[in-house]
Design a protein around this ligand. Structure first.
Ligand code: GTB
Length: 217
């Protein structure tokens, strides 16, 4: 059965792959699973029809027969569990890969999200200038820790896994800030993720929504 995911009809990032449908597309591409995309206009996102799929009126969602999922983390996890290649067969290695997925979402993404909010949502507040360095400091602390753990390894725990997919997707949200480049180990790690054929296909597909040109290849 071909699953359907949702994405922004008009991507505010102008196709830079920063919205969370990108990680779901990437996982589907890694899994070799064809998929369809329903583009949701902003107005429709908070309407009952979309809220029936996503209680918070957001993208991405995932529909596969009777199954409806929201939350990019669980969608990627579901894809990884249902296909070979994104989670190791060995039980302990699998648990560690899942740990890295959670770490990406619960320990690395929150301070990065704080930065986006501090800049885009709270940037005009009188206290914004004072808050920003605190947020940046928390990101740097986390990136330093992650960078030390990765060391000179290619991926976080053996072969590329859904844990790496999620971590790279989260780290790439920092690209516009330039902060990722302060950590060459992590910049290289993210670049290895971006160099994967599945990432490139997913990126081209979400960019095509913005450019109106069909993704080639
Ligand atoms: N925890 C949920 C998940 O992981 O799926 C969060 C989902 C979420 O935040 N979705 C956002 C959304 O639908 C899109 S991805 N927002 C609309 C709303 O809440 O009304 C976040 C996002 C949006 C835009 C950019 N950008 O333009 O750069 C980047 C990331």
């Amino acid at each position: 059965m071909i699953p359907t995911i949702t994405a922004f009809e008009q991507s505010p990032d102008r196709g830079r792959g920063l919205a969370r449908d990108m990680r779901v597309r990437w996982a589907l591409e890694e899994a070799g699973q064809p998929y369809e995309v329903r583009l949701v206009p902003f107005g429709a996102m908070k309407e009952p029809a979309h809220r029936a799929l996503h209680p918070f009126g957001q993208i991405p969602t995932y529909e596969e027969g009777d199954l409806v999922l929201f939350e990019s983390g669980v969608i990627v996890f579901h894809i990884a569990q249902s296909h070979a290649g994104l989670l190791p067969d060995d039980a302990n290695a699998r648990a560690r890969a899942i740990t890295w997925m959670f770490a990406a979402l619960n320990s690395v993404e929150p301070p990065i999200l704080d930065l986006v909010i501090a800049k885009l949502v709270e940037g005009d507040k009188p206290w914004a200038k004072e808050r920003l360095p605190l947020v940046q400091e928390r990101i740097r602390a986390r990136l330093g820790e992650l960078s030390r753990r990765l060391g000179d390894a290619e991926w976080l725990d053996g072969a590329f896994s859904a844990g790496d997919l999620m971590m790279v997707a989260v780290l790439l949200r920092l690209k516009p800030s330039g902060m990722l480049d302060e950590y060459p180990t992590l910049a290289g790690y993210a670049a290895r993720g971006e160099a994967r054929a599945a990432y490139k296909r997913a990126f081209a597909a979400q960019l095509a929504v913005f450019t109106g040109k069909p993704a080639s290849g």
